[in-house]
Design a protein around this ligand. Structure first.
Ligand code: HEM
Ligand code: HEM
Ligand SMILES: [Fe+2]
Length: 446
């Protein structure tokens, strides 16, 4: 850590870990419900558990991205954050809005739009929160000595993510229109601007860990940003196939979304090439695992498993089934959960001055969580294909099919237990690092 104000990042990371733990509890509630053990139904029905699970995911990732920005921007811009106090207020208000939304979901205060369940009055609080965050980041960059490509790509991703939240706040009483703009948020986030956030954090980590020249690393970043925009914007069409808009989207969506894996492939090649090129062997092996891991697993989960159901002829059958959940899990895990866990693993030793970066616990956390998540993906995939066949080929009723596929959820819950043991170890390490302190204020940014 070079700048005192970077310590704010620690608390965003801590909030992130807390919300991740809660997210997993709701995952188990749904896993058991799918097995037929739905004892909590009257208190936490499936729809509430689902909304809580996915919204917690989004909030812990956003908290992780914000922490990443508060850590990275001072170091890249060579300037303290312009207001640490405001950053803490922003952290607390993020937590408060999160809690209100989550309690609300349990009381049936929600909008039935997947991923955008937060009721619109609360959206305005989210907007104020995010504007405060962006204000601090952009002003710090503005006042800083340097504006590196890495910091600009990261900031651009964050600013666009905020702007793209707005189409989800427009009110429509037409289902097609509502769906059309809902995807501007959901799709253009994960297959557009969040990729820039990921690319920015990845570039920062590779610069620090591999020691390869910034110029080389940042050249790759341009290629990734280019590929993301070329494919991702019109790729939105893969959500417009049968929602009541023009047929042209079948072709546009099919072609452009099939190109989307290229951006993730570039990211995987980028990370592996820089690792092999790098002469500096940074001692933080755990951060290195997560950094290479995120680049590779995101290519599989988002790129390959996305491609698996993106063509109209396939999506006609798989739409909205557990095949989507299969892809959703590995994509979110590989691209966004792992990049957050990577930056935390890199930042913790620097924030706290403790060098616990090559422990058995840390290695186990990485491998157990990844193997567990790959098993979960397989379980969702097998259940999904059986569901598609029974429901959409054979023509059985939805509920009857869900009963037929219950056994797959034993596998899911078993793998989720493995996954969760990994996460518990990760959080155990997080706690063992202790709080950030000023003694850690040395030049570790070599
Ligand atoms: C890290 C990037 C990605 C993440 C986090 C992600 C996550 C998700 C999630 C959560 C859904 C369900 C959304 C909903 O129904 O509201 C979804 C749907 C979908 N994704 Fe991705 N995705 C990513 C990248 C990709 C890519 C690159 C492709 C194509 C190559 C793709 C293809 C699809 C398709 C076709 C659907 C629609 C599924 C359906 O009709 O039910 N995704 N994705
Ligand atoms: C203990 C571990 C977990 C379990 C048991 C679990 C289980 C589930 C279940 C049962 C669903 C609902 C599927 C349905 O609609 O029927 C779900 C949805 C979802 N979960 Fe998890 N989950 C876990 C961890 C995670 C993690 C770590 C992530 C992200 C990194 C994640 C991302 C998602 C997403 C994006 C959806 C919505 C998928 C869609 O749109 O179809 N889950 N989860
Ligand atoms: Fe998409």
């Amino acid at each position: 850590m070079k700048y005192k104000s970077q310590k704010v990042a620690y608390w965003f990371f801590a909030l992130s870990m807390l919300l991740l733990s809660l997210q997993l509890i709701y995952g188990f509630i749904m896993g058991f419900a799918h097995m037929g053990f739905d004892g909590l139904h009257s208190i936490i029905p499936f729809n509430a558990a689902r909304a809580v699970h996915t919204n917690l995911l989004v909030v812990w990732l956003l908290s992780g991205f914000m922490g990443a920005a508060y850590y990275i921007i001072p170091e890249e811009a060579e300037h303290e954050l312009v207001s640490v106090k405001l950053a803490y207020i922003q952290l607390i208000s993020l937590a408060v809005v999160g809690v209100i939304a989550l309690v609300g979901f349990h009381l049936n205060y929600w909008e039935g739009r997947k991923f955008l369940e937060i009721p619109r009055p609360l959206d305005f609080l989210v907007v104020v929160n995010v504007l405060t965050f962006l204000g601090i980041i952009v002003l710090t960059l503005y006042k800083g000595k340097k504006r590196t490509t890495t910091s600009l790509v990261l900031t651009m991703g964050l600013v666009f993510a905020a702007l793209l939240y707005l189409p989800g706040m427009i009110w429509f009483d037409n289902q097609t229109m509502d769906s059309f703009f809902r995807w501007w948020v959901v799709h253009l986030w994960v297959e557009g601007v969040w990729e820039l956030i990921m690319g920015g954090i990845l570039a920062f980590l590779l610069i620090k860990i591999t020691g390869v020249d910034r110029e080389v690393i940042e050249k790759w970043l341009y290629v990734i940003v280019g590929l993301t925009f070329i494919s991702g914007i019109l790729g939105t069409g893969h959500h417009y196939y049968y929602i009541g808009v023009g047929k042209v989207w079948l072709i546009v969506g099919g072609i452009f979304s099939a190109l989307e894996p290229l951006a993730f492939l570039a990211m995987a090649l980028f990370a592996v090439t820089m690792y092999r090129k790098g002469e500096k062997k940074h001692p933080n092996k755990i951060a290195l695992n997560w950094t290479l891991g995120t680049a590779i697993v995101s290519f599989v989960g988002a790129g390959l498993l996305g491609l698996a159901h993106t063509l109209p002829g396939v999506n006609m059958y798989t739409h909205g089934t557990l095949v989507t959940a299969m892809h959703g899990h590995l994509a979110f895990w590989g691209a966004y959960a792992m990049i957050v866990l990577a930056i935390i693993s890199y930042a913790l030793p620097n924030l706290t001055g403790r060098k616990l970066f090559d422990t058995m616990t840390g290695q186990l956390a990485f491998w157990l969580s990844n193997i567990g998540m790959i098993g979960m993906t397989a379980a969702f995939g097998v259940a999904g294909v059986a569901q598609v066949y029974l429901e959409r080929k054979v023509g059985l009723e939805f509920g009857d099919v869900q009963r037929e596929i219950q056994p797959h959820f034993f596998v899911l819950v078993t793998c989720a237990t493995l996954f969760t043991s990994g996460i518990i170890l990760y959080i155990y390490e997080f706690i063992k690092y202790g709080r950030p302190n000023d003694e850690a204020l040395v030049d570790q940014a070599k």
